[in-house]
Design a binder for this molecule. Structure first.
Ligand code: NAP
Length: 255
């Protein structure tokens, strides 16, 4: 590895922790955020925000900043960025590491319906709402980009938890709850209880910061519609923790 920085594609807690470890180890790093939220949680060190302009823009940016290594610690559902990183690293012959936290898995007491994508989650909620005689009360935690999928469902009431307000169409009966994790078990329990939630819709993001909703749902007998992770392109090396990522980077740096 030369003197160039690590490009750390982030927007996750793991990326923030990794930036901190890299700086502590004296390894230059530039973190990159998509700019999806108005007031993002920033990692320590140098940060750039916003898209690169596709594959060619990313390649150009990497060249201009003399990047030696790319670490893709983006969200498990940020598949476009992950695909672009894999294409560009391959094209430029750069070492690439994918850091992806483990998925959540159901335990005893969990009542999950796992669906392959957000459209299927919309179909599942529509089917449950039509089967249910009274109101189906849904806690939607899939992020503002995906709310539009549920816009056509008129016979359910949605509590939509988002960091920034959605700009897509919304279901006729909804309330927006603006907040940002991490969340603890007692507040998740309280939220589901006071809003009489019947079903929670979530992506299988994994990680501890937002896991409490699953524990609360299991405790309260709330059903979960779990959107499975999208497939990722096969890339070079992949790890599932910040410690393993750090080991890999230190090994590459020593070459
Ligand atoms: P995406 O579909 O993978 O990326 C779309 C475009 O956003 C990319 O092509 C890239 O633009 C830009 N981008 C994404 N991540 C970037 C980064 N770290 N640095 C610079 N540019 C970046 O990702 P998404 O649209 O942000 O999110 C897709 C899903 O992931 C959503 O379901 C969202 O809820 C979830 N998610 C994303 C983040 C995040 O930080 N991105 C965090 C939490 C959850 P160019 O092509 O112009 O380079």
């Amino acid at each position: 590895m030369g003197d160039g920085p690590v490009l750390l594609l982030g927007g996750t807690g793991e990326a923030r922790a990794l930036a901190e470890s890299l700086i502590a180890a004296g390894i230059p790093v530039i973190s990159s955020l998509a700019g999806r939220v108005r007031d993002p949680r920033l990692p320590v060190g140098e940060v750039r925000i916003g898209g690169f302009g596709g594959v060619d823009g990313l390649a150009e940016w990497i060249r201009a900043h003399h990047v030696d290594v790319v670490v893709d610690a983006t969200h498990p559902f940020a598949t476009t960025m992950t695909a672009h990183a894999a294409t560009v690293a391959d094209r430029m012959g750069l070492p690439l590491l994918r850091v992806r936290r483990p998925a959540w898995t159901p335990g005893p007491g969990d009542r999950w319906e796992t669906v392959p994508d957000m459209r299927a989650a919309g179909d599942e909620i529509a089917a449950r709402a039509s089967r249910r005689p009274g109101d189906l009360r849904v806690l939607l935690t899939t992020g503002r980009q995906d709310v539009g999928v549920f816009a056509g469902i008129g016979d359910a009431t949605f509590l939509i938890r988002v960091v920034d307000p959605p700009t897509t169409d919304l279901p006729p009966r909804h309330r927006i709850l603006r907040s940002r994790g991490p969340y603890d078990l007692s507040s998740e329990r309280e939220l589901m209880r006071t809003n009489e939630i019947d079903v929670l819709v979530t992506k299988n993001s994994g990680g501890e910061l937002t896991r409490a909703k699953l524990v609360a749902a299991a405790e309260l007998g709330v059903g979960v519609v779990m959107v499975d992770r999208p497939a990722e392109p096969p890339s070079g090396m992949a790890v599932d923790s910040v410690a393993a990522a750090m080991d890999w980077i230190l090994e590459v740096a020593s070459r």
